[in-house]
Design a protein around this ligand. Structure first.
Ligand code: SF4
Length: 459
């Protein structure tokens, strides 16, 4: 029998504990919760471990599953965020969090806040029973889709929500994350060298050079992306890759909110992310990218895998609102590099085609880009349909997409206002933002002149 919202709201909940644990849901350190039901005790420990790795809280609602977890050595309790509760108390706890943190009073407000901000999903491991289905159906009011390894779909045909059955156990967590749009924080990997923005502008000179690569980088939306998979195809940094040895970096991403317009925005972030690694110098974009790594860092154990792990973690943490899977492959085998380069050129051409036919006259806003201030203080580009960034990798479409992904980031919108000179391409609004964003290094910016107030080059 389904539990009514009134019964859930009346559930006995430890208020102090709920406040303590609820902070994590609000600040994002706990991305969401799972209501765990079913009779497949064997599958429970691996599933719960996978949820714990992603900091997702687990309410274990079946005694048999709780016993199996204890027997497998999984600690139960709030410290491990795996708590054994009855269904009414578990949902009561979620409702209580909505009351505390959402200032929600009526049942409708409670459910609304829970659906929007306290994201969870229900999992039935094994064969669904009438009792477990009733709980799952009740949880749908809280926005929880039902995922199961069992055949649940025929039993839930008229349900008002997402029901997915016959899932392999290893796909449940990722499916739940994507269905509910949970933002997972991925801890940065352990590196044999330091990782800090202090190293962003580091130059790796010839005297200390351990590897020098030249090649192509591509970020695309993939179909069969295995989150966290990082591969190196060909020799690694310790194999003496010098004299601009060819390489290709392929980053494949997937996510419910991912759009192809976002690919180039993500691709351009690679420079910032890997430049923070001590002893790594990344310059360029697309098919004109240089990667130089110091001998000392290689001797300390730095490998391409570490760069891939950084990209995986930072993409999740910085762009978790649009993607949920990231797979990274480095190619240093020249034959493989050529294949990726050919594929990349097709993608670049397609991206460039989007802007054909669009002129500066047709739009009301331009965008600024300050991404390269990490390597060139005071640098900035103003980007319009006819005036891409000096790197050639950021055009008007890219920056428009970047602002929609990250309103507070290296790109800002600037309205075309107060025309000063149509021939030079100067506007009052543009000059104003240029002065602000360059910290006063620039006072005017011509979009169409190389002689009068041209934009700077970042090297
Ligand atoms: S060169 Fe300009 S447009 Fe390109 S990334 Fe750097 S600041 Fe942005």
């Amino acid at each position: 029998m389904m539990i009514s919202v009134a019964e859930i709201l009346a559930a006995p909940v430890d208020d102090a504990e709920a406040r303590r644990q609820g902070i994590g849901f609000v600040d994002g350190s706990v991305p969401g919760y799972v209501l765990l039901l079913g009779d497949d005790a064997e599958a429970a420990p691996a599933l719960v471990e996978s949820l714990r790795e992603k900091q997702i809280a687990v309410f274990v609602l079946a005694d048999a599953l709780a016993a199996a977890l204890e027997a497998a050595g999984v600690p139960l309790g709030w410290d491990s965020r795996v708590v054994h509760r009855d269904p009414q108390t578990a949902l009561g706890c979620i409702a209580h969090l909505a009351q505390i943190f959402g200032n929600a009073n009526s049942p409708e407000e409670v459910l609304d806040y829970a659906r929007q901000r306290l994201r969870g999903f229900t999992v039935i491991l094994g064969t669904p029973s009438p009792e477990s289905l009733a709980v799952a159906r009740t949880a749908m009011a809280f926005g929880c889709p039902l995922l199961s390894t069992g055949d649940v779909e025929p039993l839930a045909v008229d349900w008002d929500g997402v029901v997915i059955g016959n899932l392999p156990p290893e796909e449940i967590v990722q499916t739940g994350i994507e269905e509910r749009g949970l933002r997972i924080h991925v801890p940065l990997p352990e590196l044999p060298v330091e990782y800090s923005a202090d190293f962003a502008g580091e130059v790796v000179r010839d005297e200390g050079l351990g590897a020098s690569l030249y090649g192509v980088e591509l970020t695309v939306t993939g179909a069969d992306v295995v989150d966290g998979r990082v591969r190196v195809v060909g020799p690694d940094l310790d194999a003496g890759l010098l004299d601009e040895h060819p390489y290709a970096l392929l980053v494949e991403v997937a996510g419910k909110n991912m759009q192809s317009d976002f690919e180039s925005v993500l691709e351009r972030q690679v420079e910032t992310l890997v430049n923070d690694i001590h002893g790594v110098m990344h310059r360029g974009q697309r098919a004109n990218t240089r990667l130089r790594v110091s001998r000392k860092s290689i001797e300390k154990g730095l490998r391409l895998r570490h760069l891939g792990e950084i990209i995986h973690a930072r993409f999740h943490n910085d762009f978790g609102n649009i993607l949920s899977r990231v797979q990274v492959t480095f190619f240093t085998d020249p034959a493989e590099v050529e294949k990726v380069a050919a594929r990349a050129q097709e993608v670049y051409d397609r991206r460039d085609d989007r802007l054909r036919g669009l002129s500066d006259e047709d739009v009301d806003v331009f965008y600024t880009c300050t991404l390269c201030q990490t390597i060139a203080a005071g640098h900035l580009c103003v980007i319009s349909p006819e005036h891409p960034g000096v790197c050639g990798a950021q055009d008007w479409m890219d920056t428009r997409a970047a602002v929609s992904i990250r309103p507070v980031g290296p790109n800002r919108e600037v309205k075309k206002e107060g025309l000063i000179d149509a021939r030079l391409g100067q506007w009052e609004s543009v000059n104003r933002i240029v002065q602000q964003e360059s910290g006063g290094a620039l006072t005017a910016y011509s979009l169409y002149s190389l002689m009068v107030d041209p934009g700077p080059a970042c090297g």
